[in-house]
Design a protein around this ligand. Sequence first.
Ligand code: TRP
Length: 362
Amino acid sequence: MQKIILTGDRPTGRLHVGHYVGSLRRRVELQNHGDYDKIFIMIADAQALTDNFDNPEKVRQNILEVALDYLAVGLNPDISTIFIQSQIPELTELTFYYMNLVTVARLQRNPTVKSEIQLRNFEASIPVGFLCYPISQAADITAFKATTVPVGDDQLPMIEQTREIVRKFNAIYKETLVEPEALLPDNEACMRLPGTDGMAKMSKSLDNCIYLADDPKVINQKILSMYTDPLHIRVEDPGHIDGNPVFTYLEAFCKAEHFERYLPEYMNLDELKAHYQRGGLGDVKIKKFLNNILQEELEPIRLRRKEYEKDISAVYDILKAGSERAREIAAQTLSEVKNAMRINYFDDKELLYNQISNYSIK
Ligand code: TRP
């Protein structure tokens, strides 16, 4: 069986370092290792509209931002097919047929949907489109027969729901769809990178993100003003690691070579942590270390983005070509799905002959 990746992001803003360690960095590694037969990266505009239907302009503008961020981190459109969800009408058609296989109660139990409903104050009246987005996500994944979906752990309920739909479809109709597996980041810090203010998640509305496209000065400012340990007032005071986002970022980003380069008096992160906990290590020193690391990691991304920004129409060409390629694959799967469901009336000679003979007997 082919090894196929599909994953994507909602275009509601520029991508930040949380997206980077949570999924983007992994995608590029997988792409460059060459273990996968096909890679599809989707800009999920239709899904973004399920909770931004009153602001399509926001979604429209951010498609380019996300595409630039993808190219900037090193997704290579010659290897990975980058496409726009709404341009593949087959996905909507698949969604409609999968809707029969899912109950409203099951959707309402989906933990991600549940927390998003609360977050958006949808409790009183949930838009149907929003409630159904896990079904549409199952269509995204199955249309490409994806075996592997690299995502953060907030997306696990979506993959589980997709697997249920696949099993149900294959059992009721005919073995057609492929059950995907989630691929999670390998460390806890990458799974849920907190905001610079120490809040659980980076979010644009909280203004606590470091964006991939931020200027070096902005990155430096954001790091120097990061929340740390409020009990660590004087340098000599013992500091706390838990809930201290500077250390979480270090866990997500730093490698042994960074110590050699920027902080040779320590061997590794454990030593740095131990010193902080003992007392005698100031916040500014660890923030400067983090800044050096992030500047090093983000510089090539920012420079690559600048190159692509010089030719925006080429970026749209990449998206258009990718969407055309993706559409062919999705159309093939849709045709298999319709065959399995026996709603292929005009391609089915047997149906016609049978109906003719039914009528000729009378
Ligand atoms: N739900 C994902 C997010 O919020 C975006 C997405 C849509 C997705 N369809 C997908 C991710 C299919 C993986 C696979 O970021």
